[in-house]
Structure formats: structure tokens, C-alpha cells
Design a protein around this ligand. Structure first.
Ligand SMILES: [Zn+2]
Length: 242
């Protein structure tokens, strides 16, 4: 007899397999990231249908086979209706799914990532959210996701000399892992200047203060720099992660 495992999961990706099967990449509460085979899922009569779709939160049941883990049951918990009605929110969900693809290799439960992921989807699913806040929710996810995975950036002192940062001239270097003081930039290549407001926003993010972030009035200029610095750090991390 096979052991049947049950857990909550957020579906990140689906890939067709053979004639009628599908592989679902999910992040689960109890087992971390997994690929699960759904046999004959693309047939209309499949009993798994209705609970398996990208960005659904579902309770799933599976067995461990020789080559695959096979889904035996799926019950929908939340289909995040407001999220899937909005193309911009969906784009963020896809970007988050890519981050899992690129940065999480093994199967390992992680309560912090589970919490961050479900909180992010619940927040994105909020009705009447201002579009500018969408990006803040994404970057909040990104910085905390990288931190949990061991790429916690230094945002309080100089990453090189551990000295104080003066608000008038702050620099950021992904290679050094965080902020750089004006003196140390001389010896650090590829450091970008970063303004104080962006530093404050990223600090708020790393404090996991989503409620304050949701109320934040952010200027376009800051949003641009936030995006620049975040992507700068992400690309360096992806390179390190190989
Ligand atoms: Zn320094």
C-alpha cells in the first residue's frame, strides 16, 4: 500500500506531459517545493479538475511512486479571484513563480517561505488595491524571499567597513551584499548610488511591515529606483545561485 500524504499547496506552474497528463510544480506547507504528476488531468472527466490551476491554493493528496509523486486528490481552498481578474497582479504572480523556479532547487519545508508566499497572495488578492502598491508587494516578497534563502542584504551599515552610513551619499553594491559608504565606493566597482527614501522603503520591507507598505505614498522616482536596486540585487543573487 502507498502512503497518502496531505498538505496545503500553492500551485506555481503546470507543464503538459504526454497525451493527457500534467506536472504541477507546487510549494507545499509541509514538504516545500515539489513536482507532482496529475494523471489524465487534461481529460474533461478528471476528478482533479477544479482545484488545479496556476495560483490556486489547494489541499492536495499524493503518493510517492517510483519515478513521480502522483496526485490522488485536490480540494480548492482559494482561487484568489481578485488576483486573477487583474493582468498586472497576474504578472507579479508569474514573477514570483519564476523566483521559485530559479532559486529553490530541493524539496524542503520552509514555514517562513510558506507564510511569505500565502501572505503575498492574500494581499495581492485584496480588493481596491492601488496599482502602485502591487510593485511594493512584489518587492516586499522579493527582498524577504532572498533573505530567508540566505541572501540577507546589509541595509544599516557599510558592508565593507561596517561604518556609519551618511544619508547624503549612500551607495549599494550587490557584490558586497548591501549598502556602501562614500569612502568605500572608491574600492568597490559596480556600486550604484541609492537615495535615502529607497533605503527606508527597503528597510520597511525587510521588517516585513506590509500594513505600513500598503499605505505608503510612493513617488514614481522612488519606485523606479526601488525597481532598479531590487533587480540589480536579484541578478547578482541569481548569478551566485547558479
Ligand atoms: Zn565603508
Amino acid at each position: 500500500m502507498f502512503t497518502h500524504y496531505r498538505t496545503q499547496s500553492l500551485i506555481l506552474k503546470k507543464t503538459d506531459q504526454g497525451e493527457t497528463d500534467r506536472i504541477f510544480t507546487v510549494f507545499t506547507k509541509d514538504f516545500g517545493k515539489m513536482d507532482l504528476l496529475a494523471k489524465a488531468e487534461r481529460k474533461t472527466a478528471s476528478k482533479l479538475k477544479g482545484a488545479l490551476e496556476n495560483f490556486y491554493l489547494s489541499e492536495i493528496e499524493f503518493i510517492q511512486g517510483k519515478a513521480y509523486k502522483t496526485l490522488t486528490d485536490a480540494i480548492l481552498i482559494d482561487d484568489f479571484k481578485n488576483l486573477r481578474k487583474d493582468l498586472k497582479k497576474l504578472q507579479i504572480a508569474h514573477k514570483i513563480s519564476e523566483l521559485f523556479d530559479n532559486l529553490i532547487k530541493g524539496e524542503e519545508p520552509d514555514p517562513q517561505i510558506w507564510q511569505l508566499l500565502t501572505e503575498t497572495f492574500n494581499t495581492l488578492n485584496t480588493h481596491n488595491l492601488k496599482p502602485k502598491i502591487y510593485s511594493l508587494i512584489y518587492y516586499h516578497f522579493l527582498w524577504n524571499f532572498l533573505s530567508v534563502l540566505g541572501y540577507q542584504p546589509e541595509f544599516y551599515q557599510c558592508s565593507v567597513c561596517q561604518g556609519k552610513i551618511t544619508p547624503e551619499s549612500i551607495f549599494f553594491s550587490p557584490q558586497e551584499g548591501g549598502l556602501i559608504c562614500a569612502r568605500c565606493t572608491i574600492s568597490v566597482k559596480s556600486a550604484k548610488q541609492i537615495d535615502e527614501n529607497t533605503v527606508k522603503i527597503i528597510r520597511l520591507m525587510l521588517k516585513k511591515d506590509l500594513p505600513t507598505l500598503k499605505k505608503l505614498k510612493i513617488e514614481d522616482e522612488n519606485l523606479k529606483q526601488l525597481s532598479l536596486i531590487s533587480n540589480f540585487y536579484l541578478s547578482e543573487t541569481l548569478e551566485q545561485a547558479g
